[in-house]
Ligand binder design. Structure first.
Ligand code: WQD
Length: 337
């Protein structure tokens, strides 16, 4: 199929391009490079048959969207383009709603103009909020605590209403848990701008000597070692879930959410120990109080994705840390090397 990938130069997008092309799909990228660099697509072309069409522009811009739709005629869209920093979303709510919600609206209008009927949406497990029960299944109540999480849930609701009202359309809502790791080539990986918000890239930057120590946010949670538990998923497994979702969307109609996680959670200290095994040296840490907005534990029930998408995660914790270390040590300054 011809698949448009918005935000395709990003961390998850770039890994998904490789998996799509490996399955014979034709891919086109729309990215404004607000949180990525064109060098990523050079790396992707070097790791594949190289047939990546790309457009530079903002997913909120009807003119660029119309041009992409007319030129590439996508049969499906994977919508990654969006903002994802939880803390920043609290400081800039209108920007997050404009991009994450407004961008989704603009994209759907453009799809309708050319009759494109399949969309895979990059959602997040943060739509669930404080767990009423664990592991989260897709029936768990949704009560996001951050603007970021609310913007994702609003977009999910728009997609759900669009799919219900528009004949023959399919919207697959992938609720990611915690993406980590890198492609085995170590040519692409996570390259956050500024100071990493997320745990794994911060640990990796400590290991490579770019940061002095990891701050462990809270050791008084109701968890086995007192630190936060998360369901980390290898980015290649996550990318493969999008390929499975494309196949599902092509044979189904309506909107449907899927948890994309492993069902196994690890603590901060588990991750530090696993990374020390991968890099062969100690990771310096310092203790701090809990981070505002954090919850104690998250864990996915991903049985629906297994049953209906035919997808399950295959990479374990050591793959996650070893591939992150291979990427970070080969690219100490990310794509700015
Ligand atoms: C994981 C654990 C922290 C950094 C967020 C978004 C989610 C997704 C992934 C976009 C927690 C602890 C972290 C650090 C630490 N984003 N931690 N020191 O908050 O679970 O999820 O990022 O798609 O939607 O909500 O991920 O990696 O920030 O934190 O101790 O320097 O590591 O307290 O327990 P999080 P995270």
């Amino acid at each position: 199929m011809r698949v448009l990938v918005t935000g395709g130069a990003g961390y998850i997008g770039s890994h998904t391009l490789l998996e799509l092309m490996a399955q014979g799909h034709d891919v086109c990228v729309l990215d404004n490079y607000s949180n990525a660099t064109p060098e990523v697509l050079n790396r992707v072309r070097g790791l594949s048959n190289g047939n990546v069409t790309d457009f530079t522009g903002d997913v909120r811009d009807p003119a660029i969207l119309n041009r992409v739709m007319q030129d590439f005629r996508p049969e499906a869209v994977i919508h990654f383009a969006g903002l994802k920093a939880v803390g920043e979303s609290e400081e800039k709510p209108l920007l997050y709603y404009d991009v994450n919600v407004g961008g989704t609206l603009a994209l759907l209008h453009a799809m309708d103009r050319v009759g494109c009927k399949n969309i895979i949406f990059s959602s997040s497990a943060t739509v669930y909020g404080e767990p009423v029960y664990l592991p989260y299944d897709e029936a768990h109540p949704t009560a996001p605590m951050s603007v970021y999480g609310q913007s994702k849930l609003m977009a999910e609701n728009i997609l759900t209403n669009w799919a219900k009202a528009t004949a023959g359309t399919s919207a697959v809502l992938l609720r990611y848990f915690n993406p980590v790791g890198a492609h085995h080539s170590a040519k692409i990986g996570e390259d956050p701008k500024d100071i990493p918000n997320n745990l794994m890239p911060f640990i990796a930057q400590v290991a490579v000597g770019k940061r002095d120590a990891l701050t462990v946010f809270g050791e008084d949670y109701d968890t086995p070692d007192g630190t936060g538990l998360r369901d980390y998923i290898h980015v290649v497994d996550l990318a493969r879930a999008h390929v499975a979702a494309i196949n599902y969307a092509d044979k189904s109609t309506g909107a449907r959410p899927f948890n994309i996680g492993t069902g196994q959670s690890y603590s901060v200290r588990d991750m530090v120990a696993a990374f020390e095994r991968a890099c062969g040296s100690p990771i310096k840490t310092k203790q701090a109080p809990r981070r505002a907005g954090d919850i104690a534990a998250m864990q996915a029930d991903a049985s629906r994705a297994a049953a209906e998408l035919g997808w399950t995660a295959e990479h374990g914790l050591d793959d996650m840390t070893a591939s992150t270390w291979a990427w970070q040590s080969a690219n100490p300054n990310g794509y700015d090397n």
